[in-house]
Write a protein that binds this ligand. Structure first.
Ligand code: ATP
Ligand code: MG
Length: 574
């Protein structure tokens, strides 16, 4: 641990607490970090970390360092400011968009405040890392990053300047990249665990490459921005947006012959399902869009599922849903679109889940009419079967078939196989075994250090304040003197000193405040253990010990309290 260990007197501690909930804070973490005097906003998305938060952040950083070093990565530090030329070389000067913080120097040269450092690190090793014999190399740094987020919000969750551990590996072969990637994934799981975070590794949308080439670690919290599905049985977890799946479907009504049914004004799935007395899943939802290349497309999914925008983008490029004019121009009627009698020239793309289904209830491409018993290959031709739906809770796990659970998550970190994207664009090559020049295979690995702090608070709090896991607590113990002088005060000071000498990180609440105020502040700041020293206990030779997480209190003999606490804390993950 890089922190010096002296007793911190609460009377000196710079932690301006707030009595009231700050109006701007929606999330528990934002509210409590402000109220506990741990962070202060300087401008939108820009925060100062006050002493308590900074101690916790340094502990998170140390855990990250420890895990990175154990996994064979090496720490370095690169400049935050990056020459825009590198960004032009990689293509990201244009591709990154307005989130990139751009500025120029006195000679009118363009610069970038790094949002990540693929360009910088690639240029750093180019021409110096030359041979396959030197590989793999895995470099990381812990540093402020800058992103001009459209909506900086939720305190440390989405800042414009924030602390990130960013790491980059250079590998000679795909096997080697996979090995480094797997080691980083394990290290990230360890980091979450050691920080007291309940997080799931979630297969991220990794574009067309497919497979597990990117995983996001999602700390489960209702406040999370990401909607997840996960399986308690086999450990599968995925972003709703990215999970590849087929969902069970019910057959539609009827005897299997194609029947046209008058459904006046029933232009929604809900209305059609109610009309036929069928679950929504037994109907077919048709969606009309225009692909990037201008092709009109009708997509069909089970009635109770949504067309997944990310999957659709992979299939159709920058598509858009048809406007009323475009529907009309293509001979389609809103609410009554379907696969049978589809006007010529429209491409029909159907979700994989429907492959075996033979009795579809679907729009009839005629106002106020639906078909029942529509059957693929007999009544219409499908141009393409594809994975189109957004998974939801209750759908079967794509690995083991058990029902998936839903949850929300905060992305705290991500591992990613970049391949040769940057090395090829920037001419970063090495000589392989045959002396042939090849672009490096790269991986990138990011931990949101300041976001991790917020995520921890999001998971560990109650109505009284923060409850720090011992491993990342700003201080492990607070010793609270109930009197401002006399024996109780002296004993409390002595216990604090002895705890510090025994290697425990201690705050001594020496303030001339009422006990109620002290209890409230110590609960708010969330120190894991409190030792409360008062005259009454001392008369019996005891002090009170309180576990912040459980709220349990017990009397401990004065002469064993230091040894007991020191032992307990040494036993916690540190
Ligand atoms: P998001 O989707 O939340 O914008 P991202 O996927 O763009 O994040 P990465 O490029 O993967 O972020 O960055 C690595 C890590 O940095 C993220 O996993 C997250 O923990 C953290 N991070 C990213 N953006 C921010 C931000 N604006 N404020 C705080 N932390 C951030
Ligand atoms: Mg990410």
């Amino acid at each position: 641990m890089s922190l010096t260990n002296r007793v911190m007197k609460m009377s000196n501690l710079y932690a301006p607490t707030l009595k009231e909930d700050p109006a701007e804070a929606e999330l528990a973490s934002h509210r409590l970090l402000l109220r506990a005097g741990m962070i202060r906003k300087q401008a939108a998305g820009l925060y100062s970390y006050l002493p308590l938060a900074w101690r916790s952040l340094r502990k998170i950083e140390d855990i990250v360092r420890d895990e990175m070093d154990a996994a064979g990565a090496q720490e370095l530090l690169m400049p935050i400011l990056t020459d825009a030329e590198l960004w032009r070389d990689s293509g990201r000067w244009d591709a990154y968009g307005p989130e990139l913080m751009r500025l120029h120097d006195r000679h009118d040269r363009d610069f970038v405040l790094g949002p990540t450092h693929e360009e910088t690190v690639t240029s750093l090793i180019t021409n110096e890392l030359r041979s396959y014999k030197q590989l793999p190399v895995n470099l990381y740094q812990i540093q402020d990053k800058f992103r001009d987020e459209m909506r900086p919000r939720f305190g440390l969750m989405r800042g414009r300047e924030f602390i990130m551990k960013d790491g980059y590996s250079f590998n000679a072969t795909q096997e080697s990249l996979q090995e480094t990637y797997d080691a980083m994934k394990q290290a990230y799981a360890n980091i979450c665990e050691r920080c007291g975070l309940h997080a799931l590794p979630v297969v991220a949308d990794s574009g067309q490459i497919g497979g597990d080439t990117s995983v996001e670690f999602m700390a489960l919290a209702d406040a999370g921005e990401a909607a997840l599905v996960y399986c308690d049985e086999c450990g599968f977890a995925a972003d709703e947006e990215a999970a590849a799946t087929t969902v069970p479907v019910t057959e539609g009504p009827g005897d299997g012959t194609l029947q046209k049914v008058h459904t006046p004004g029933l232009g929604t799935i809900e209305a059609v399902a109610a009309f036929f007395g069928f679950p929504e899943n037994g109907t077919r939802k048709s969606l009309a869009l225009i692909a990037e290349d201008g092709t009109p497309v009708v997509c069909i999914v089970p009635g109770d599922h949504e067309l997944n925008e990310v999957k659709a983008e992979h299939l159709f490029g920058a598509y858009h849903m048809m406007t009323d004019e475009e529907l009309e121009a293509n001979g389609l009627f809103k609410g009554f679109i379907g696969p049978v009698n589809l006007p010529a020239g429209i491409r029909l793309v159907v979700d994989e889940s429907l492959r075996e289904s033979k009795k579809w209830a679907c729009g009839a491409n005629e106002v106020d009419y639906h078909f029942t018993g529509a059957c693929p290959d007999r009544d219409f031709e499908v141009d393409e079967w594809a994975d189109l739906v957004t998974v939801k809770a209750g759908d079967p796990c794509p690995h083991c078939g058990r029902p998936l659970s839903g949850a929300r998550g905060i992305e705290v970190s991500q591992v990613f196989q970049l391949g040769t994207k940057y090395s090829a664009a920037m001419g970063a090559t090495f000589a392989d075994e045959n002396g042939e020049e090849k672009p490096f295979l790269m991986g990138c690995y990011g931990v949101g250090v300041s976001r991790t702090l917020a995520a921890i608070v999001e998971q560990h709090n109650d109505e009284n304040g923060i409850i720090w896991p011992v491993s990342v607590a700003p201080y492990e113990v607070s010793v609270i003197a109930l009197d401002k002088k006399g024996e109780a005060f002296e004993e409390a000071a002595r216990i604090a000193d002895e705890l510090a000498a025994a290697g425990v990180e201690v705050v001594f609440d020496d303030r001339a405040e009422r006990p109620g105020v002290k209890f409230a502040d110590n609960d708010l700041m969330g120190f894991p253990y409190q030792v409360i020293v008062g005259k009454r206990g001392l008369a019996n030779g005891t002090v009170e010990f309180k576990d912040r997480a459980t709220g349990e209190r017990e009397d401990i003999a004065l002469d064993t309290v230091v040894a007991q606490l020191a032992e307990r804390i040494a036993g916690e993950c540190r």
